[in-house]
Design a protein around this ligand. Structure first.
Ligand code: 13P
Length: 249
């Protein structure tokens, strides 16, 4: 049985006091599903979140990191720095990082290596843009994003990799991929993994869907056989909505 995961990506939202209030609301809601729950506050609030969530079953994760161990990279944060404040999982390759901060597949391959070398787990994001979907090129794009950043890894590395398919046209737009579109792509991703690493590995990797997941559509999306959870943006900023999604499993 693959691990079900619901992760909230808070993006560049919530200052320290807003982070504290959201966390105290999250702590008051009962989890009724078996999904693993994660939240990704911004860097400045990670330590506060780690301390505040120590007693509950919600993992605090980071939204990004640099690939170097340390050095002259003004404004950047390393894996070791994240580990030192209790962070063991990092989101890499989010489409907003690719689009606004020019993150390339090569850079992401290095970031993945750095995270794994520091015994961190990676939630690796990828997804096509609307033009790719319209031209029927979406599978090709997704396949190349996965191959370029991950296929240099040994099979054993995949125990620390979670995949997150986030079609760019569905992020923050209110437009969700239909449950069938999500299922078709997740099955394609699993086949891509299977072709390289074999069926057993492909069937062991959790693949999350992200893009306008809300309380009213989560259950249908999560009911698809190859969808193992969600990476949630906007709805993760509201504790009630976020847990409605967590409890949709
Ligand atoms: P929304 O849920 O706001 O569409 O964002 C999805 C996302 O980008 C999560 O990483």
């Amino acid at each position: 049985m693959r691990q079900q995961i619901v992760a909230g990506n808070w993006k560049m939202n919530n200052d320290l006091s807003q982070t504290e209030s959201l966390i105290s609301e999250l702590k008051n809601i009962k989890k009724t599903s078996n999904a693993e729950v994660m939240v990704a506050p911004t860097f400045t609030n990670l330590l506060t979140a780690v301390k505040a969530l120590k007693t509950v079953d919600i993992e605090v994760i980071a939204q990004n990191m640099h690939f170097a161990e340390n050095g002259a990279y003004t404004g950047e944060i390393s894996a070791a720095m994240l580990k030192s404040v209790g962070i063991n999982t990092v989101i890499l390759g989010h489409s907003e990082r690719r689009a606004y901060f020019n993150e390339t597949d090569d850079m992401l391959a290095k970031k993945v290596d750095a995270a794994l070398a520091n015994n961190m787990r990676v939630i690796f994001c990828f997804g096509e843009e609307l033009a790719d979907r319209k031209s029927g090129n979406h599978e090709h794009i997704v396949e190349s994003q996965i191959k370029n950043a991950l296929f240099h890894l040994d099979a054993s590395a995949f125990k620390n990799i979670v995949l997150a398919y986030e079609p760019v046209w569905a992020i923050g737009t209110g437009e969700t991929a239909s449950p069938e579109q999500a299922q078709d792509m997740h099955a394609f991703i699993r086949k891509t993994l299977s072709n390289k690493y074999g069926n057993a590995l492909a069937n062991s990797v959790s693949i999350l869907y992200g893009g306008s997941v809300k309380p009213n559509n989560a259950q249908e999306i999560f009911s698809k056989p190859d969808v193992d959870g969600g990476l949630i943006g906007g709805a993760a900023l509201n504790a009630t909505d976020f847990f409605a999604i967590v409890n949709a499993f």
